[in-house]
Design a protein around this ligand. Structure first.
Ligand code: SF4
Length: 261
């Protein structure tokens, strides 16, 4: 049954951009992540970009994609502030899986940022810092190829209240592309079960109280039982870097997210 749905979707012409998006989203809810990825890679071919932040969900996606299309590129945002453990995982994944990586640089170097906006911008204006080091580079990269139709991300609904309503497929207003989240319906436990079942490498910081890992200055370890993204931007009314915005560009804050519980 699911296979039939997948094949139907593959033959759907691009006329649903984005008029039939809701119907496509309903169909995707019934597909496995592997089937969604297969749809994305078959339907969009090379015109889909695959993102990773090297989190646990990303590792799962990389393994699935490597089984469908070995040699596929994943891109990541090089903020120059990633943990050494994250860079070590990137190297290990490249050695272990038949995938490749594209590094997307920040809009300016840390030295330039410090000169223009003052030292340690993340302390006094993390929104601007994320804009310069993540949001703008992502949009620039995704829009750099006019043939691009979609991008894939590892975000899941159970990661935080601000992500509770994401679709397996959404229209990304910021980039004008389809945004596909094959693991949207998965729970954190399913991700870890998959990683252990396939003996995949993962960031060793996960074993030290970091369920979600971003830039060094904005990531802390949390106590057991906390929400997955509680260690990000601790003490601030900020829960997202700005890449995963609501339709219409609504800014997601900690207080707004709590309101979605
Ligand atoms: S997560 Fe922190 S350090 Fe990284 S880009 Fe955002 S504000 Fe800057």
């Amino acid at each position: 049954m699911n296979q039939q749905i997948a094949l139907d979707a593959v033959t759907t012409p691009p006329s649903w951009f984005p008029a039939n998006l809701a119907a496509l989203g309903r169909r995707f809810e019934r597909l496995s992540p592997l089937e969604v990825l297969r749809w994305a890679l078959v339907t969009c071919g090379d015109d889909v970009a695959l993102a990773t932040g090297f989190g646990a969900s990303g590792v799962v996606l990389m393994h699935m994609v490597s089984r469908i299309r070995p040699g596929t590129f994943f891109f990541y945002l090089q903020t120059d502030l990633l943990f050494p453990e994250t860079m070590a995982l990137r190297d290990r994944l490249a050695e272990t899986l038949p995938i490749q990586f594209t590094e997307v640089p920040a809009s300016l170097t840390l030295q330039q940022q410090s000169r223009h906006y003052g030292p340690e911008l993340w302390r006094h204006n993390p929104d601007l810092c994320c804009q310069l080091r993540k949001v703008e580079p992502l949009r620039r990269f995704l829009q750099s190829d006019s043939r691009r139709r979609a991008w894939v991300t590892g975000i899941r609904r159970d990661q935080s209240p601000t992500r509770a309503n994401i679709g397996v497929v959404d229209w990304d207003y910021a980039t004008g592309l389809l945004k596909i989240a094959p693991l949207a319906t998965w729970k954190q436990q399913q991700v870890w079960d998959y990683i252990r079942r396939h003996d995949l490498p993962y960031n060793r910081l996960h074993d030290q109280g970091y369920p979600s890992i971003g830039c060094m200055p904005c990531t802390q370890a949390i106590s057991a039982g906390g929400q997955e993204r509680d260690g990000r931007w601790v003490g601030r009314d900020k829960v997202e870097c700005g890449i995963h915005v609501q339709p219409g560009g609504q800014r997601l804050t900690r207080s707004l997210g709590m309101g979605h519980r």
